[in-house]
Design a protein around this ligand. Sequence first.
Ligand code: ATP
Ligand code: MG
Length: 659
Amino acid sequence: MSQLNPPQAQAVHYTVGPLLVLAGAGSGKTKVITEKIAHLIADRGLAPAKIAAITFTNKAAKEMRERIGKRLRADRTEGLNICTFHSLGLRFLQIEHAAAGLRRGFSIFDSDDSAGLLKELLPKGAKPDAVDALRGLISRAKNDGLSPEQAAERAASPREHEAAEAYAEYQRRLAAFNAVDFDDLIRLPVALLEADAERAAAWRERLRYLLVDEYQDTNLTQYRLLTLLAGPRGAFTCVGDDDQSIYAWRGANPENLDQLGKDYPNLKVIPLEQNYRCTRRILRAANTLIANNPHLHVKKLWSEHAEGEPIRVWECRDAEHEAERVAAEISFLQQTRKFAWSDFAVLFRGNFQSRAIEKALQLLKIPYHLSGGTAYLDRGEVKDLLAWLRVLANPDDDAAFLRAIGAPKRDVGTATLARLAELARHAGLPMSRAAGRIDLLKQLPARAASGLSEFATLVEQLRDHARGSEPAEVCRQTLERSGLLAALRAQCKDESGFQRRRANLDELSSWLEGAKGSGLDGLANQLTLLGHADRGEAGEAVRLMSLHASKGLEFRCVFVVGCEEGVLPHEASMEEGRLDEERRLMYVAITRAREQLVLSHSRQARKWGEVHRLEPSRFLSELPAEDLLRDGEDPALHAEVKQERTRARMGAIAALLGD
Ligand code: ATP
Ligand code: MG
């Protein structure tokens, strides 16, 4: 505790009412949360199970768990809830499933599953764009907290009416599958808490104190969940930075910062002004850049650190050249300056940009770890295994059944499956159960029937086995006995390819090691949620990630590649008038760096075989020139110019003070 500065300490100790810590990057907001959790447990005697800390990603939750682990002994944190809004919602629904009209073991549909459902609702031959558009509309309605009925009432145009109808039908089908989608994980708890004051009171008793990190990126339903759980007493601490709001495109609502003050007139706001992360140059660059955005809350941010080295701006020929320079520089700093591989991060705007970097790092044998967003769960082998686990956990999950029965391929064709679906519907059974009913299978050709019953028997055996086993063990058994592993081996051209894809699957089961005894029904859901996160240890390796994924993290040395008009700021964002958000993204990127920052751009890019000219990002010209070192500039000369300017500035200030 001794390390906290006075406003930080004040924020940690303030528990008599709702609190918002509104402060810039690297000022110790996340530190306030971890210290406050320790304080509540160790000094206030609050049971860990009564505290919920909500982070923006699973990865951040994991980091926070580690930070707390260092502060308190493991037996003192038992039961502590460190989660995301989604995993909190999942926990809520696992307890309240009956009230939400769900049966135990319900499934979570990921966005692919949802898209599959929606496709069936649209006329045959509808474009993927139409599915996406519909999914977007339904998701928007859900995030605004609207039920299908409410959406129908509000629909103004024929198009909105159609969407509301599709929404209603989509919900009916989800219910038939005993499933929810990601948005429901928040919307349903909100609806249940709003409808039932007693239930809300019970939950407020269950969770006595809430802490929310990255508050600026909550959306409307998340905000409602927070206020419903916190209740009128407002037992919460939110920390955030409006300059780091970078998810408005996904429905996050920075106005929630002001809403909090309206809903809780006794809200205490504590600013933090000292940055502990960055050198002065880096901080000055960040402050100067973000000053170009309009501001509701003006924040000061200063640092006691040294000036540090100038920020380097590289002009490269193209992305390959840029990647080579990044790799060479990393290698150089690692060898000459005692940097560890994990001290480096390479940040990019779009995932496609990682390929060139990966190639260059591979060439120099530099270990790296690419944070995948949802890419991990999109891998075929992972989805196949997940489908099996979902079938085991939830016999009603027809979508999972359809995927599992085709993985690996067996003697059951689509015509058979269509026929089975019909028989199942008539019998009022889910497909996985119908497949095990001899009386129904009699109506099918012998070969098809035997293929189905074989599958059903295997599922039944695995399910029996699962009841008494640890989740990780279930995962391993399923992988073997389903034939997935053998199929994967047969599919891969070489051993290293097989090992790589196998490692993806092992990652699933190793993650499950931590989920001991959580039962099969919770398991598949946890896995689906995990798709939003990074799994596995990054270890001693250079970090590669998108700008969005870097939020909240810090590194000694940061490279931001692709600082070009159209990339950063992104073309689509500019067209949609979201330049401010792109600038905040750049602000987030710059403030990840503790000591060294390199911003690079290319002169040209190849697109569909044609060479395009690229212009450097406008954000580069918004940075203080005296803190930058451009290609070809002499560092020694640079220092002189800098000194000159500082002297001039000091003179001006002295004159102002009348000195
Ligand atoms: P961001 O806005 O990027 O999420 P943040 O405000 O959450 O940043 P933290 O990550 O909590 O900031 O802290 C930034 C760094 O400063 C961390 O390395 C943290 O350990 C350090 N730090 C925070 N407060 C103090 C302090 N009082 N004394 C020393 N170091 C501190
Ligand atoms: Mg933080």
